[in-house]
Structures are given as structure tokens and as C-alpha cells.
Design a protein around this ligand. Structure first.
Ligand code: SF4
Ligand code: F3S
Length: 104
């Protein structure tokens, strides 16, 4: 599966949702997640994210991100249309520690 990671938080560019063939992106207030059980591993969303936040779970230490994506995909509504990024997204893009700051 692919998953959304830290750098989506407080940015939410949403370019990713338009290309997903199975509509498996889910939207929270501060970030998006991918449902790991619905993602068909096509990989087309990865290069679409300007924040480079979408990663394959074959990369090291991705278990916690898979769990994070699964947890919130079960709770949040699906999103299939691109919308404006969050206000202040430029300043937030690349900021370290966003998970700890906004999800603790
Ligand atoms: Fe959707 Fe493909 Fe991205 Fe999975 S890898 S979330 S199926 S676009
Ligand atoms: Fe987030 Fe990147 Fe999509 S910032 S909303 S994963 S395009």
C-alpha cells in the first residue's frame, strides 16, 4: 500500500485525490490518509503530491504510518475532488514534527 505521511499535515494540497482510480483517500481537518486495504498500489498518486508526503510502505519504518492511515481512514469521509490547500500551507510545507504537534 501507499500511505500519507507527516508532510501532508497542515498542507493538504489534495492533488492526490484526483488521480486515485479507487477513491481511497479520506479527509480529516489537518491531513488526508489512504485506506491501506483499499489502495491497489498503482503508485500514480506519489508523484502528484507537491509535499512529497505519499510513500510506499516498502520504505523503512512505515508500520506506524500504515496504522495511522488505517485508523483515520475508518473514521473520516472520502475525498475525491481537489480543493484549496489549507491556509498557510507554504509555511507548513517541510516543517518537522507535525505529527507530534497536531496529533498528540
Ligand atoms: Fe490510490 Fe494508487 Fe495512490 Fe493507492 S497508490 S492511494 S490506489 S492512487
Ligand atoms: Fe496531502 Fe500531498 Fe495529497 S499534501 S492532500 S498527500 S497531494
Amino acid at each position: 500500500t501507499y500511505v500519507v505521511t507527516d508532510n501532508c499535515i497542515m498542507c493538504k494540497y489534495t492533488d492526490c485525490v484526483e488521480v486515485c482510480p479507487v477513491d481511497c483517500f479520506y479527509e480529516g481537518e489537518n491531513t488526508l490518509v489512504i485506506h491501506p486495504d483499499e489502495c491497489i498500489d498503482c503508485g500514480v498518486c506519489e508523484p502528484e503530491c507537491p509535499a512529497d508526503a505519499i510513500r510506499p510502505d516498502t520504505e523503512p519504518a512505515m508500520e506506524s504510518w500504515v496504522a495511522f492511515n488505517r485508523k483515520y481512514a475508518d473514521q473520516w469521509p472520502v475525498i475525491t475532488r481537489k480543493k484549496e490547500p489549507l491556509p498557510g500551507y507554504q509555511a507548513m510545507d517541510g516543517l518537522p514534527g507535525k505529527l507530534e504537534k497536531y496529533f498528540s
